[in-house]
Design a protein around this ligand. Sequence first.
Ligand code: SAH
Ligand code: SF4
Length: 359
Amino acid sequence: MAQPTTLLDLPPELSAERIRAWVAGEKLPAYRAEQMHRRLWMDPVASWQDATELPKALRERLERDFPLPRLSVDVIQQSQDGTRKYLWTLGDGEKIESVLIPSAGRRTLCISSQAGCALGCTFCATGTMGLRRNLTAWEIAAQVREIVLLDVNDKPTNVVFMGMGEPLVNWPAVDATLSILNDPKGFGIGARHITVSTVGIVPGMKALAARPEQFRLAISMHSPKGADRIGIMPIEKRYPLKEVLDVAATFHKRVTFEYVLIAGVNDRDDDAAVLASHARRMGAHVNLLPLHPGGAPGLVPTAPARIREFCQFLVDQGVEAVVRRSRGLDIDAACGQLRVQMEKKRRADHQEPVDATPS
Ligand code: SAH
Ligand code: SF4
């Protein structure tokens, strides 16, 4: 792995070690290390200049030796239901999204792990743009850090890796980020309040399972039979659902199945029956999601009455299933949608003068 360029790329244990070594080398009193470290995540500063408990000369040295990189906030959209969507610009101009969803005392932040995604699920807006690049650990964790910097009262209580990208193909960065989110010297968010969502990248699932914390796993199933699943999720060819479920069964952690309902594609009685048998066998919880627009144009959401019926069928089979409320529909809050929207708008803006040119 490349040498990290910032302390913010490291799990808190390692950044604390680095800082302690530096403080000792600079012959500063040991308590400075603690003061500095809490400014990374626990009580973050926009820049070292704001850490006014530290002497000015020290702050200047820190700016030089340990720069604190930032995301710049491009757009914040507030939905009528309180859902808030952030579009961030990275240092190289790439754009990623996070969505903050408040509900009953909880604030769940949906974060991105990649700019774009290579896996090309047909219903997904992010899938349509292909992979731009992996995010680094600090870029993933910064989605939380920047929100805390904007308003500490918005600090998320829960984090889900359900934004842009497939977290388990970017495991080294996601691995470090999980520590940053969970460590009491990081954001201190309980492992059971952190969910990694995956289409089923088997090596990544094994790496996640090997961690001792109780992180939650969500499997994006979307179709319970491999032969059908391959039509909407090309990854099925590489890691068949059967193998994915076998690995998921080894998790001593609660598993959730994510299932986006698409009319005529995965909402038949037979789909419900096979889905129910998978869920019962694994003791999995099922989240049914209405399809948001943004993926392939031909796909149509299942009608609400059929969604309720599908859900009831699962419940009658003894499965814990819920229909997730569509949040932030008015701001295109399904992940990847805002960036795709903005790019369409930019293209449209650029095309205007061309269209206006007389032929
Ligand atoms: N790559 C990972 C995590 C990011 S996608 C994964 O696929 O699990 C996170 C969630 O967004 C997935 O559960 C996916 O089903 C959901 N999603 C993607 N496109 C959607 C759409 N058009 N409508 C509703 N949910 C969608
Ligand atoms: Fe990638 Fe997940 Fe979208 Fe599939 S659903 S294209 S894996 S982000």
